[in-house]
Write a protein that binds this ligand. Sequence first.
Ligand SMILES: Cc1ncc(COP(=O)(O)O)c(C=O)c1O
Length: 442
Amino acid sequence: MPNSVRPVNSAMSNVESSTLLEIANQSLLRHAGPFDELLVERASGTMIWDREGNEYLDFTSGQLCATFGHNPGELRDAMLESFQRAVHSSSLLLSEEVILLAQDLLELLPPNLSKVTLLSTGSEATEVGLKAAKMATGRWETIGVSRSYHGHTAGAAGVTFLPRRQGSGPGQPGVHSIPAPYCFRCPLGATYPECGFACVDVGMDTVDTQRTSEIAACIIEPILSTGGMIEPPVGYLEHLRQRCDEQEVLLILDEAQTGLGRTGDMFAFESSGVVPDVVALSKSLGGGFPLAAVAITDTIAEEAERNGLRFLTSHMNEPSMALIGLAMLTLAKEHVQAGSAAKQGKRLESALDELMDESETVGDVRGRGLLLGVEFVIDRTGQEAAPEIASRVAATCRRRGLLVQVVAGNVWRIAPPITVSDDEIDRAVSIIRDSLEEDEHA
Ligand SMILES: Cc1ncc(COP(=O)(O)O)c(C=O)c1O
């Protein structure tokens, strides 16, 4: 054990980062592989600084939560105000701010979604959405989409179809998956739009032969983010909804990453015209603090309540988080009205498209608003996935002061705060261009 350090506030700066990492490796569970060597010192807007004073453009928005920038003043004000009121209360005791947040959220959603519950994490939001659907319908089987991510708690991991579900025994019984709408690498070898959404039809027909009872719900992210930044093609959600309706299967949309303005609209489902039965929100709602919500229809709420729905955590209905949620919703409304993500997303996406023209290894640029993906290939003709290039270029970008996240091996997720400036976008693109060139000439 290295010399014991008790870093408190300013004393922290005296401890070498290498020493801290050594302590981390001895004292913290490596819950997601090796620890990153970047130790964060502070963050503001689009920027993150490490302990050595290096600055980075954070084009990951932290864990997709700093949608309105890191440490916005509105977050601090809401936190301070909660100290004047109540930071915490029993989850069984409501407060004005909790009730107002529920009302504000419902005002943004379609009128069929008329009941909301406030939670802490996206995983919990998935759990509650699934549980309410099961208890309302009296059914228990569910459908998820291959390459989806909905969280790490048991129920959420059950409908997550990524390698990360492996290693801790059987998944949940009665959970089925349908193929991902991954047009760049169609799992059925088909081509859109001639395919007629075969991924939905083949999937649903297969589920029909697998299920042993009726299906309660189908859950999907409007953009399958962690599984490879897969944006379903136009008409997909409508087709899925139609297939669900045929069997009275409820449709749950997980807007953890897409909701509250990131794609340009308040919610990503809006542009499809599809109205979901359940919407799960998290991440941006707390702006970095743990706040999540699930909105459901009156019918689901009534039936689930009648059938004895119970769900309780110590941090449901926290007044402090509700004040933060109210502040974040105000920011979301302002940014959607101003067209922030749509405008800045267009600037970033067209610059990335130009990079695709310049570089053979950039196979595809896709996404919506400021939730964009770049898929790396060995060359564009063969489209062979190039995970090493994706990781190597991301590492070079970091060395040059830009953070992007590698998801699903050969795909980058690029998702800066929607407050990102023109200049920050141009700097990021120039770092990516230089890093690609460096890689090509290595
Ligand atoms: C679409 C989606 N759903 C659910 C979750 C789980 O959220 P949390 O990590 O807050 O539990 C995530 C987290 O990345 C997510 O991206």
